[in-house]
Design a protein around this ligand. Structure first.
Ligand SMILES: [Zn+2]
Length: 245
């Protein structure tokens, strides 16, 4: 059974092992393997601190190291497929996982140049509800609940014209705050405050695509005692002009 990222990707890319007659510990996955190859790194290799101190690479890890795709794209690998993803395809992919997808791994990047896949080497996910993903040189834990709640919060804030920069800082500019209905204002500020400087929130903001044509769901921080219906906020002309000088 394949229980390690490099073997998974090696197999998906129809690679096969060449007999080298060498046995050694792989500098990337740290396992004692047969048919290892000598480790040779280019001068601009920057992930030295993630390597085991050996002079060998197993062939699957060697394949990952020399293949640019794994650091220059977002990708998903599961039992049935390997796919590269555009930034806005990542969340839909994670929200539509099926049993056939496990075990799986997802690597996402904002820089498109780091060797962040190193950190995923032995982290295959078997749980579709809560799992770990790579985000450049970080591993973050996501859950379907967290994705749903954060997506709703982002969409509701965006419906009041709050931009991603403000959301990232966990601040709502005063001229926007004035347009938010009283019963929503404190909830939104509290929820934003909880997410300040949080890497999952940063990740959610980066990879959430805002579609202005769909109306946002109302974000519910906890089950409400009373469901309050409220109209879409209207910005008063005079109020807005005051802030547009
Ligand atoms: Zn290896």
């Amino acid at each position: 059974m394949i229980d390690q990222l490099s073997s998974y990707l090696f197999t998906h890319h129809a690679q096969s092992i060449i007999n080298t007659k060498h046995v050694g510990i792989c500098a990337i996955c740290g396992r004692r393997q047969s048919n290892v190859i000598p480790l040779r790194l280019s001068d601009n290799f920057t992930a030295m601190e993630y390597l085991y101190q050996t002079g060998w690479l197993c062939q699957p890890c060697g394949f990952l190291l020399r293949t640019l795709t794994f650091r220059t794209s977002n990708w998903f690998v599961s039992q049935k497929e390997f796919v590269t993803l555009k930034w806005n395809e990542i969340l839909p992919k994670l929200q539509s996982l099926t049993p056939a997808d496990t075990p799986f791994l997802l690597y996402s990047t904002q820089t498109y140049k780091k060797q962040g896949w190193f950190l995923l080497i032995s982290r295959l996910n078997y749980d579709r509800e809560e799992f770990e993903i790579g985000y450049d040189m970080n591993v973050i834990t996501l859950s379907q609940t967290r994705i749903t709640l954060d997506s709703q919060l982002i969409r509701e804030l965006a419906s009041y014209k709050c931009n991603k920069t403000s959301m990232r800082k966990a601040e709502i500019p005063y001229y926007i705050l004035k347009t938010i209905p009283d019963e929503r204002r404190l909830i939104l500020l509290t929820e934003l405050g909880k997410r300040k400087n949080n890497i999952v929130w940063e990740w959610m903001l980066h990879f959430t695509e805002l579609d202005s044509t769909t109306s946002p769901p109302i974000f519910l921080a906890s089950p409400p005692k009373v469901v309050v219906e409220h109209p879409k906020p209207k910005i008063k002309k005079e109020g807005l002009n005051k802030w547009l000088i």
